[in-house]
Design a protein around this ligand. Structure first.
Ligand code: C5P
Length: 240
């Protein structure tokens, strides 16, 4: 397909139209933000690493039978994807307590959640991404009861596939965020990205974070950590 003009720009990616109305191109930029965009930077190669990491994870998920929007890695930094009508919900799955859940509720950092917790936040900068419940989702009209059930089912499947895959690559998955949308046939599919920007990923040997938490804490070495994740996930030590 031929890539045309922009459809919209997010905080770290651009979505572009193509000459196929069912297909979009997603460009991963080097921009990184935290705290609803309060903290910002541009880190060379970040977009490249996230694109190859996300592409590999979507391939693993597709292979396990998870419906996603992913079609192909067109070139490093750019993927082709099925166009979806996105549902403005951030679906957060937690296997280990970390981050905001520990600040907002009396959980202990590092405590395991068995079974895993699924939390849904309203994707709205204007409203500060507030936590949702089923009644609020239905009243807002952003998803139906059947769609919510399907999103929960796919999310738990993704958690199980992803945990096993990452474990085999030496990584622990404390939590991660997913976004879903409807394809042209109305089917729910995983969209957006799965990367160190959207997952907590801890080195199994050392326990050190290899994800956006490094940036959130204002520490050095963000790009080095993302490179390490790319090498581990792609099982390729030659990635530069
Ligand atoms: O901030 P919090 O601890 O709730 O984040 C839980 C998980 O969801 C983390 O892996 C984080 O990277 C991800 N997340 C995200 N986008 C957001 C909020 C959280 O990717 N807007």
């Amino acid at each position: 397909v031929k890539i045309d003009g922009p459809l919209y720009s997010g905080k770290a990616k651009d979505v572009l139209l193509t000459d196929d109305p069912e297909i979009v191109a997603v460009r991963f930029r080097d921009d990184i933000t935290a705290g609803d965009g309060e903290k910002k930077d541009t880190l060379e190669m970040k977009g490249y690493y996230n694109s190859v990491i996300s592409a590999k994870i979507f391939e693993v998920l597709e292979e396990a039978g998870v419906p996603t929007q992913y079609l192909e890695l067109r070139e490093p930094g750019c993927i082709l994807a099925r166009k979806l009508e996105m549902i403005p919900i951030e679906v957060i799955t937690r296997n280990i307590a970390a981050g905001s859940i520990v600040r907002r509720f009396p959980f202990t950092e590092g405590q395991e959640f068995i079974p895993p917790l699924i939390q849904m936040d309203y994707k709205s900068d204007e409203h500060g991404d507030p936590m949702l419940n089923d009644d609020i989702i239905l009243a807002l009209g952003i998803a139906t009861r059947d769609e919510l059930e399907e999103i929960r089912r796919i999310t738990l499947q993704i958690n199980s596939v992803l945990r096993d895959f990452l474990k085999s690559r030496g990584l622990i998955l404390p939590d991660f965020k997913l976004e879903f949308g409807r394809d042209s046939g109305g089917r729910i599919r995983l969209g957006d990205e799965v990367s160190p920007d959207t997952c907590r990923l801890w080195d199994m040997e050392t326990g050190e974070p290899l994800d956006k938490d490094i940036f959130r804490r204002g520490e050095e070495g963000v790009v080095g950590a993302y490179r390490r994740v790319a090498r581990m996930i792609l099982d390729d030590e030659d990635i530069e």
